[in-house]
Design a protein. Sequence first.
Length: 245
Amino acid sequence: MSGALKTEAVVLRSLKYGEADRILHLYTPHRGRIAAIAKGVRRAKSRFGGRLEPYFRLQMVLYEGRSELLTVTSADTITGHSHLREHGPALDSAARACDAVSRLFETADPHPGVFALLCNELALLDARPEQATLANQLAFRLKLLLAAGLAPQLAACAACGEADHLAAFSGAAGGVVCSACEATGFRLGEEAHAFMTGALGAALADAPTAGEQALRQAERAIADTVEHHAHVRWRSASAALDRRL
Ligand SMILES: [Zn+2]
């Protein structure tokens, strides 16, 4: 395939390359994650201005030749998320969200739902930067798991189907497990369980929150799921967010 690719894209990463170029990792609705080179972008009079920075949502034209690396022909800003950049925790959350997408959806497989979810998360962090909490990041990651077909089973024991006494979580089993099957998992309290169920069922902006211990348990359940079923390790969901629980 060779020619012009017209697409929306979110800039996941932007790396300096050579004297004046940048390599971009982009997430697109219909081509998944792609890499592109923007030539001369670091020169003062570049026609791209400051647009090819992380978290920009762009309307782009890319030239696709024989190389895996596409070439940026044009880029127009849909939104630059400028508020998010003025708020440390929101910026940190945006970076973790982009990194999570980049690691779990690293191929050209189309996942328009993932693109929409990432756009929603960035728009939320931009409009309401105070929402950059650990609970928000975990809700986002749960929704990424859902989009990847990896959502943990939360309604009944993932090992035996028992609907009561769900006290633990097992990434290997694929969800919550009952007290009889608990040996395969780690303890997951009611509050963490309720948080995960609530987060999967609510819009990102309306995702529930929970106490620190419950959120830590939920984070471990999410990390175990993505490691076991996708062989992906995500960065911790928090760091700078720890103080904002
Ligand atoms: Zn069981």
